[in-house]
Write a protein that binds this ligand. Structure first.
Ligand SMILES: [Zn+2]
Length: 94
């Protein structure tokens, strides 16, 4: 399921206070460090995504890379970010 743009303005997670504003975690981060993160997930981590990740990352079913390839490529190329960080697996799970 695609993650819409509603939610915390910093991290994108569901914001029980008000969409478009910072969630409690991001507000705390801003108080502690004077800034907050600007990141977002593209998809919700629901049961279907959990199963996909299990098969792709942990069972090595790399044929599944094509499922999100086009959309991820488009989103990455649209970003005006200083840094895009893919989240790797640990050497144990690799
Ligand atoms: Zn947040």
């Amino acid at each position: 399921m695609r993650w819409d743009d509603h939610g915390c303005a910093g991290c994108g997670k569901e914001n029980i206070n008000k969409n478009g504003f910072l969630c409690a975690d991001c507000q705390t981060w801003e108080k502690l460090y004077g800034w907050h993160l600007h990141h977002r997930g593209l998809y919700r981590y629901n049961e279907a995504m959990k199963e996909y990740m299990q098969r792709y990352k942990f069972n090595g079913d790399y044929r599944l890379c094509v499922v999100f390839q086009r959309e991820l490529s488009k989103v990455v190329n649209e970003q005006k970010a200083d840094l895009i960080v893919p989240i790797p697996v640990t050497s144990t799970t690799m």
